[in-house]
Design a protein around this ligand. Structure first.
Ligand code: PLP
Length: 428
């Protein structure tokens, strides 16, 4: 069970996270976040706990957004941290004040390492998953004759990026097709194992696809890659901050993620984990000043001047989820998704693209609302029901994509399912 977060502990959490003790101006430290207390019983308090969690966000009451796969809101504590730290640099841009920020970056590295169950020496703080993925495809020595194995459902930053760099460096991209509905872990394990050849140098997949939320068997795929001497890249944009990630279990060579998605962090911050074995094989894409202080970051992370406020806010977001309980966050999102999948599947005419089996999905759900125009439906949901979701255009599994997270509630899922059922009857 997660630990209760009292108002005082909550305040302490963020002021400690922002290192109030280091502040030269006590007034900055005094700007504690205005967040109501979470029930002392933690998740045992049931919906009362989750209602209090929802109140940590500034989205107005009665307004529902289930779009975590694209962008999550930052909590009050994260926002306050971001504003406080941004302001501090503008109030006092002296080197003396800025100097206190460099150790803050290292604390964020430590928090990320703990969150991923890795060591700080293997963590690079980037701008987002796109940048992290591209640092891998830019940074490896790949040449004609080499092969990179990808999944067709990878995000462009892990698919188009490889295809374009193949044109430049002469290597070949081999693509494992996506199957809908998700055929199960064993299918993909076999498909990837069969596609590996002696020329394969990298296997690059997505932990949870952003298209229809297919959960890929990344632990097995990384093992298969390792056994064949192939480097593995796992794009965790849709799982960092959703699943309780354990990199000692998955054992990828590269793992990537963004703060502004499921971690509910500030925008423009991300992570690239690089295994010790892979570090000597990755060239930096950027050479500048201000490297990190430990391990690989000393040579790889000279990215020039950064926005430390964003990094500190990212840390506050990781601490907030840790306080709630990472297993609790994962279980909450899973439960809401199961409710959503069950509800939508019962609506006559709805075509589900997301797998019904719980072990093949997490919290990204795509479906086609029969003959309804998905854009019109999304607009009606937003304007008339105050529910924000996104659309998937084109011919490839088109429709709506709904991605609930721990700040959503069973009542909100019910409201969405009822509204879709109604529009399916009346049209939009
Ligand atoms: C699987 C996946 N990878 C990478 C990205 C890119 O993330 P960002 O825009 O934060 O760089 C996304 C964004 O939706 C994604 O879904």
């Amino acid at each position: 069970m997660s630990q209760p977060v009292s108002r005082r502990a909550f305040t302490r959490l963020f002021t400690a996270g922002g290192s109030a003790a280091l502040f030269t101006n006590a007034a900055w430290a005094a700007q504690a976040p205005q967040a109501p207390a979470l029930p002392a019983e933690g998740v045992a308090a049931g919906e009362r706990f989750w209602t209090a969690v929802r109140q940590q966000f500034v989205m107005p009451e009665g307004f529902t957004v289930m779009n975590a796969a694209n962008l999550c809101p930052a909590s009050r504590g994260v926002l306050d941290t971001l504003m406080r730290e941004t302001r501090s640099v503008d109030v006092d841009p002296s080197p003396n004040n800025r100097a206190r920020l460099y150790p803050e970056k290292e604390k964020t590295r430590e928090a990320l390492a703990a969150f991923l169950r890795a060591t700080p020496e293997d963590i690079i703080i980037t701008r987002n998953t796109s940048e992290s993925n591209n640092m891998v495809s830019n940074g490896l020595d790949l040449k004609p004759g080499d092969e990179v194995l990808v999944h067709a459902d990878n995000h462009p930053s892990n698919l188009v990026a490889w295809q374009e760099k193949a044109k430049r460096f002469g290597f070949t991209v081999v693509t494992v097709a996506q199957k809908n509905p998700h055929p199960g872990a064993a299918y993909y394990e076999e498909a990837f194992a069969k596609a590996i050849t002696p020329r394969t140098k990298v296997l690059a997949v997505t932990h949870l696809t952003s298209t229809v939320g297919d959960r890929m068997p990344v632990r097995a795929l990384c093992r298969i890659a390792r056994e064949r001497g192939v480097l593995s890249l796992v794009d965790g944009a849709q799982t960092l901050g959703l699943l309780d990630i354990d990199l000692t279990d998955i054992q990828p060579d590269f793992y990537t993620g963004s703060a502004h998605k499921w971690p509910c962090g500030a925008r423009e911050c991300g992570v690239l984990y690089v295994s010790k074995a892979a570090q000597s094989r990755l060239w930096p894409s950027i050479y500048s000043a201000y490297p990190g202080a430990v391990g690989f970051s000393k040579t790889f992370e000279s990215f020039g001047q950064r926005d430390e406020a964003t990094m500190i806010a990212f840390r506050a977001a990781l601490e907030f989820q840790t306080q709630i309980g990472r297993k609790a966050v994962e279980a909450r999102s899973m439960a809401l998704t199961t409710q959503l999948v069950d509800g939508l599947s019962k609506i006559s005419g709805v075509k589900m693209w997301t797998a019904p089996e719980a072990d093949r999905r997490v919290a990204v759900v795509s479906f086609q609302p029969g003959p309804l125009d998905a854009n019109k439906l999304a607009n009606a949901l937003y304007e008339k029901e105050r529910i924000g979701v996104t659309t998937r255009g084109g011919q490839d599994r088109p429709g709506l994509r709904v991605s609930p997270h721990f700040y959503n509630s069973p009542a909100e899922v019910d409201r969405l399912v009822s509204a879709v059922a109604r529009y399916m009857k009346t049209g939009v």
